[in-house]
Design a protein around this ligand. Sequence first.
Ligand code: NAD
Ligand code: LMR
Length: 332
Amino acid sequence: MVKAVVIGAAGGIGQPLSLLLKQSTLISELALYDVVNAPGVAADISHINTPAKVTGYLPKEDGLAKALQGADIIVIPAGVPRKPGMTRDDLFNINAGIVRDLAVKIAEVSPKAFILVISNPVNSTVPIVAEVLKKKGVFDPKRLFGVTTLDVVRASTFVSEAAGKPEDSLSFRIPVIGGHSGVTIVPLLSQTSPSIAVDQQKIEELTNRIQFGGDEVVKAKDGAGSATLSMAYAGARFATAVLEAAAGKKSDFPEMGYVHLSADEAGAKEVTSVIGNSTSFFSVPLELGPNGVEKILPLGKLSEYEQGLLKKAVEDLGGNIGKGVAFVESSK
Ligand code: NAD
Ligand code: LMR
């Protein structure tokens, strides 16, 4: 019996993500929470003839606590999205407070659940959740994830197209490490499997497209928001991987996730030796298991170009993480 909760369930990501989770036979109860329209979305989705029982909650009558009660996995796409001309960090002022307040309730009601944070800026919102949980004495680094799967999904799509094999996009695997914004996103194209024969110029074009793929969607939506459907797909994929591993299934390939490196000290040591710098949070290849992060897997061999990308990523990430930590410290 698995209870999944979507917070921000009436939004652009929340609705299709809830739809995809309703299709999962791993989930027996699906609680949808939002500040608007969650009961409506829940009523709609509840008519689908898959096993999960669906409920919807608003803030009134302590709806968030009711939604979170007994949660095994909580997925958070709550908050505002970008408009053209904005960076993800420009969302911090609004989303940091939203995520902090949600984390407070999670710490009180369902601290043992897996927590998957989608709300941007992920580089800072995940540290915010961690700090709140730490303050409440319930932080388990193995169970908190920033969802960076969309970067991995984009990498498979763009690389398979560049290789002239778009029909094989599902089997193209590219580790994407670091964070989730601009230059903090580091695709390891030298480790593409199956390998591709492209020159350095193409590698740099692909790297740039993966790093700034979110901007393509923001521009195309022209003020109506950012990626929602591809994100719902990516979020459901990552949530499914976490739930399958919790149920004891071994995965065929590692998913990436933005985690606190203390989730696996030995793995973190190896990662830090490759990064050549210290960072508390990083998106890394994960072996997932019944308790969440089982192992942080080695990053493998990096090209000189990728080592240069990493250096820049770690510099930027430090500021993003520090901003999140400082926000919680300065909160009452
Ligand atoms: P949206 O505006 O369509 O939906 C957000 C939803 O959150 C709305 O329904 C809103 O009512 C709800 N919400 C706001 N405050 C809330 C609160 N306190 N509690 C519960 N719900 C609340 O936005 P969207 O397009 O779905 O994007 C949501 C977030 O996801 C944005 O921050 C966006 O930048 C981020 N995002 C992340 C990734 C990623 O790869 N991690 C990808 C795409 C978007
Ligand atoms: C994305 O990568 O599409 C999301 O982070 C949304 C955005 O703001 O680009």
